[in-house]
Design a protein around this ligand. Structure first.
Ligand code: NAD
Ligand code: ZN
Length: 355
């Protein structure tokens, strides 16, 4: 059975295209008395970007705290805040920020039309009702959250996405100018998320011509961005992220992502940096990729935190291992159908203990 997956219906790309947001939303403001919810990374509070958001009377502008990656509890709180604002549903939910804020916007738009807590829907195709119209506007590129059919959330028991066709954005606004202020280390970590998506997709057993086409182009763009000096690096990084996301949509990520999920769950390490920490120890799985990644690190003067796992107790290490092992499709993509013969609990512990 081939997957028949949903794509974003509208994409606008170009330097300055953020200025079109009011026009784009004008046609979505369909219900008299309704409103739009803008979820904005708190890093922009009081900044120029905030003042450029086309907020009209009755709209909500919610600053999103991104110190922690999105939690199901935080989504539930935001949904309650929107419901308290009006008895009517909003005409749209717009997320402006990195992967965290885009995921929050996706989750809030889903949970406005589906009962219960976001934690009830962590998994695959558990969502029953279509979401409110939702748009994503990246200010940081690499995760591919702008194109994916998931919103990655940390719940009480697990870090797992709400994967569904309804999760996919209706619109994305790709304006490379919005990447201008990203701190260099953060830009690198999130950019490497994209690079690792490509390596894991291209070396995976799930690879097919669809994923390969997007993955190879994305990898080429990552190399231009991180190994050479080019004037339009942000434009290319934005497209690398988009293509990297498209590549894994029809394949899967691999060993690095499985381990990185465990690191985030137990240590609260963010996705991009967690991937970098894990990837540096995965030469046996991705020899060429790890070598190239180290060259990129060197060029960008990035040093990674070390000995993060050394001080952990047995229970935490076990939890980390559980979180990683649950991600079976990732292991199968990386190592084939017989992955359980290669990857044991002991092997995972041993890898973690080096980090
Ligand atoms: P992020 O959204 O967590 O942001 C990281 C930091 O960068 C934050 O402090 C933020 O305030 C800051 N920032 C963002 N844009 C900025 C800008 N223009 N200028 C200055 N600072 C800026 O980072 P991320 O790496 O984009 O996203 C990570 C999240 O995405 C994780 O929660 C991860 O699980 C999720 N993710 C989702 C998918 C998906 O398909 N849905 C895929 C991969 C990762
Ligand atoms: Zn990733």
């Amino acid at each position: 059975m081939f997957r028949n997956f949903k794509l974003i219906s509208h994409v606008v790309f170009g330097r300055g295209c953020f200025a079109q947001l009011d026009d784009i939303l004008a046609v979505r403001r369909r219900t008299p008395g309704s409103f739009i919810v803008f979820i904005l990374d708190h890093v922009f509070s009081g900044k120029t970007l905030e003042s450029r958001i086309p907020v009209r009377d009755g709209d909500m502008l919610i600053p999103a705290d991104t110190r922690d990656e999105p939690k199901t509890r935080y989504v539930d709180e935001m949904v309650a805040q929107v419901k308290a604002h009006s008895d009517a549903l909003p005409d749209g939910v717009i997320g402006i920020g990195g992967g965290s804020v885009m995921d929050l916007a996706k989750a809030v738009s889903l949970m406005l039309t589906n009962p219960g807590s976001a934690a009830d829907y962590q998994g695959w195709d558990l969502i029953r009702n279509p979401a409110v119209y939702h748009a994503g506007i990246p200010t940081l590129s690499g995760t591919g959250a702008e194109v994916s059919r998931t919103t990655v959330l940390t719940g009480p028991q697990k870090k797992l996405g709400i994967n569904s066709d309804y999760t996919v954005f209706d619109q994305v606004v790709l304006d490379p100018e919005l990447l201008a202020g990203v701190p260099a280390d953060q830009r690198f970590y999130t950019g490497m998320d994209c690079y690792i998506h490509c390596i894991e997709s291209l070396q995976g057993t799930y690879l097919n011509a669809f994923s390969q086409s997007y993955g190879e182009k994305s990898l080429e763009l990552c190399r231009e961005v991180f190994l050479s000096d080019i004037p339009d690096a942000d434009d290319k990084l934005m497209m690398a992220s988009y293509f990297g996301g498209m590549s894994i949509a029809y394949s899967q990520v691999g060993v690095c992502h499985a381990l990185s999920y465990g690191l985030s769950f137990v240590l609260g390490l963010h996705h991009g940096i967690g991937n970098c920490v894990a990837f540096d120890y995965l030469e046996e799985f991705y020899p060429e990729g790890v070598k190239e990644f180290r060259r990129m690190m060197e060029k960008h003067n990035v040093s990674l935190p070390r000995n993060l796992v050394a001080g952990l107790g047995d229970e935490e290490l076990e939890t980390m291992t559980d979180v990683a092992l649950v991600l079976e499709p990732l292991w199968e993509n990386a190592l084939g159908k017989d992955w359980k013969q290669i990857i044991t609990r002991e092997k995972i512990r041993e890898l973690y203990q080096r980090m």
